[in-house]
Design a protein around this ligand. Structure first.
Ligand SMILES: [Zn+2]
Length: 145
């Protein structure tokens, strides 16, 4: 539920979005984070555009779940194109598309880590990866190889 105090943030976000009449995507028109996802200022912090939009239009994101783009367009903020999923869903999507299968931990997961969409603890648990290393990756100190 959007609070009145959050309205200016939302308006600022919507000003930077352009609706693409071809695919229905609400596309971000400004710079994007190195992960490919736009970052916006919302609720006193930085968060990924799609997470902010999901929160505003569809509600809270349950713990352990991520917001996925049904349209596969990272810069899209159209709430109708966003759906909840598990980190595993994104991995399966990547595998089905045939890309990134040689990564031990998919790049998507690293991106989610850096976007705070998933915690280092969750990744460590799922992949048996080193938690300390994951925390460095999350902060961008270490690049994922
Ligand atoms: Zn879209």
């Amino acid at each position: 539920m959007l609070l009145e105090s959050e309205l200016p943030d939302l308006q600022a976000i919507l000003k930077k979005i352009k609706k693409n009449t071809n695919n229905g995507c609400w596309e971000w028109t400004y710079g994007v984070h190195s992960s490919g996802y736009p970052l916006v200022h919302f609720r006193g912090r930085q968060m990924a555009l799609h997470r902010a939009m999901f929160f505003v239009f569809k509600g809270a994101i349950p713990f352990g779940q991520i917001v996925r783009h049904a349209c596969d367009n990272k810069i899209c903020g159209n709430p109708h194109h966003l759906e909840l999923g598990t980190p595993g869903d994104n991995i399966n999507d990547s595998c089905l598309r045939g890309d990134r299968k040689h990564f031990k931990i998919p790049r998507d997961i690293v991106e989610q880590l850096q976007n705070d969409e998933i915690t280092p603890e969750e990744v460590a648990f799922k992949y048996g990866a080193n938690l300390k290393y994951l925390k460095l990756v999350r902060r961008g100190v270490k690049r994922w190889k």
